[in-house]
Design a protein around this ligand. Sequence first.
Ligand SMILES: Cc1cc2nc3c(=O)[nH]c(=O)nc-3n(C[C@H](O)[C@H](O)[C@H](O)COP(=O)(O)OP(=O)(O)OC[C@H]3O[C@@H](n4cnc5c(N)ncnc54)[C@H](O)[C@@H]3O)c2cc1C
Length: 215
Amino acid sequence: MVVVGIGIRPNTDLFEGQLTLDKGGIKVNGRMQTSNSSVYAVGDVAAFPVKLFGESRRLEHVDAARKSAKHAVAAIMDPEKTGEFDYLPFFYSRVFILSWQFYGDGVGEVVHFGDFSRNTFGAYWVNKGHLVGSFLEGGTKEQYEALSKVTRLKPAIEDVSELERQGLGFALVVSQEAAAATTIAATWLLVALPSLLLDHYMSGAQLLVLLWQYR
Ligand SMILES: Cc1cc2nc3c(=O)[nH]c(=O)nc-3n(C[C@H](O)[C@H](O)[C@H](O)COP(=O)(O)OP(=O)(O)OC[C@H]3O[C@@H](n4cnc5c(N)ncnc54)[C@H](O)[C@@H]3O)c2cc1C
């Protein structure tokens, strides 16, 4: 048996002349609302703004379908507390013993890494001097999380051959550095900032009022 993927096309005929169409699907805003604000679209059919790319995309993946649906429900049920959908495009799949994950955008120069004769290998995509996409076959949970983080960070890449040399290690190091920087910033906010304010500007009571206001 041979299975050939010939692509898919959402059936939007029903909405012609009713809703604004875009990229072969239905145009929505960051709250998954169509041009008729009481009609929402999610999943394969929705063309939504992807903040990371600065443009609208239609993503035909399970994760995007689930998360866009969840976001639409939140926007309907709790509009005050629900912001714009901020989604890192993500695709996973499995075929027999192979399983892989992809994050971001597959545009620009492809930088391969790993051993293609073994189980773990992958690729980065570098576009306009920034890492914009990543792919890994046969990774661990920690490695996939690192790829996800590094892709969202879109780090500047000055030397593509150095990125190729570091391979998966690049994602692990950058994501660990980002986590450490977040911890330092949080510690500073919790420990150093209050004592600085107390020393120089305000009483303990004033600080408590300030913290209460911004809780
Ligand atoms: C062969 C194949 C393999 C795939 N593999 C992967 C994968 O490995 N990883 C991954 O992330 N994604 C994969 N995808 C994509 C993934 O399946 C889709 O992104 C996901 O199912 C989209 O969910 P959805 O709810 O938007 O649409 P769908 O799952 O297509 O659901 C739409 C539903 O609407 C129904 N419908 C259509 N028109 C009407 C109508 N007029 N009235 C009532 N009902 C209607 C349809 O029958 C269907 O049940 C694959 C897709 C295909 C086809």
